[in-house]
Design a binder for this molecule. Structure first.
Ligand code: NI
Ligand code: MN
Length: 228
């Protein structure tokens, strides 16, 4: 079963696992880097890492149109449920087996409030174990934390890490994150969307590949990576 990851800009990704379509943090409307629109993407499941508008994004609208289930911490899931969306609430450290594989919520060092000011609970990342047993780690918005070593101990095939700085890890801490996680491949995200988070991804790739055994794949919005 092949798994294809498509970058939509900022921290938005699509993941096709067999017949299942997943979206991570679907931010299209108002996203200057978006490669497509909220009306054009397909979703069975939408994974929302935290409540900030550049992550919750168009989740509500897409979930309604597609009949998708949103996976998030209980506070965000509860808020979306009140807005008429199918949800599956989890919490940090908890996993559940879905048709696309096992999804565990991880720690993320960040904030999380919802667009109307409601409490969004703890921000999260996602560690997916795909049907072929490969693991994909989507860090969400986070600063560096030492327990990334524990995630690395699970054997991460592909890691999606923020490198933008200011709101999340910057390039230097993201390099340390790669050392903790030891992924086969790492894809940078959450940079160059706005001037405040401008970074040189090519320079980061050179540094990471010089200092670690991980390969860096830089995706432009609209580009895909096939996990083999
Ligand atoms: Ni955020
Ligand atoms: Mn963000």
């Amino acid at each position: 079963m092949s798994t294809t990851l498509t970058f939509y800009g900022h921290a938005s990704f699509g993941l096709q696992v067999g017949q299942q379509h997943l979206l991570f943090d679907p931010f299209f409307s108002g996203n200057p880097a978006a490669s497509t629109s909220a009306d054009e993407v397909d979703a069975d499941y939408i994974l929302v890492s935290h409540g900030h508008s550049d992550h919750l994004g168009d989740a509500l609208r897409i979930a309604k149109r597609c009949g998708a289930t949103v996976i998030a911490v209980a506070e965000i899931a509860g808020w979306l449920k009140e807005h008429g969306v199918k949800t599956h609430a989890q919490h940090l450290g908890g996993g559940f087996t879905y048709p696309f594989g096992y999804c565990k919520l991880t720690l993320a060092l960040h904030g999380s409030d919802l667009p109307d000011g409601s409490y969004g609970g703890n921000p999260a990342g996602f560690l997916l174990t795909l049907p072929d047993e490969q693991k994909l780690y989507f860090a969400g918005d986070t600063g560096l934390f030492g327990d990334m070593r524990l995630i690395g101990d699970e054997g991460v095939a592909l890691a999606l890490l923020p490198i933008g700085d200011n709101y999340t890890m910057g390039p230097a801490d993201a390099l340390r994150a790669v050392e903790f996680l030891r992924p086969g491949v790492v894809i940078p995200m959450h940079y160059n969307t706005f001037p405040l988070i401008r970074q040189d991804a090519a320079a980061w790739k050179r540094q990471v590949e010089e200092k670690t055994d991980s390969q860096v794949v830089i995706l432009q919005p609209g580009e895909s990576y096939v996990l083999t």
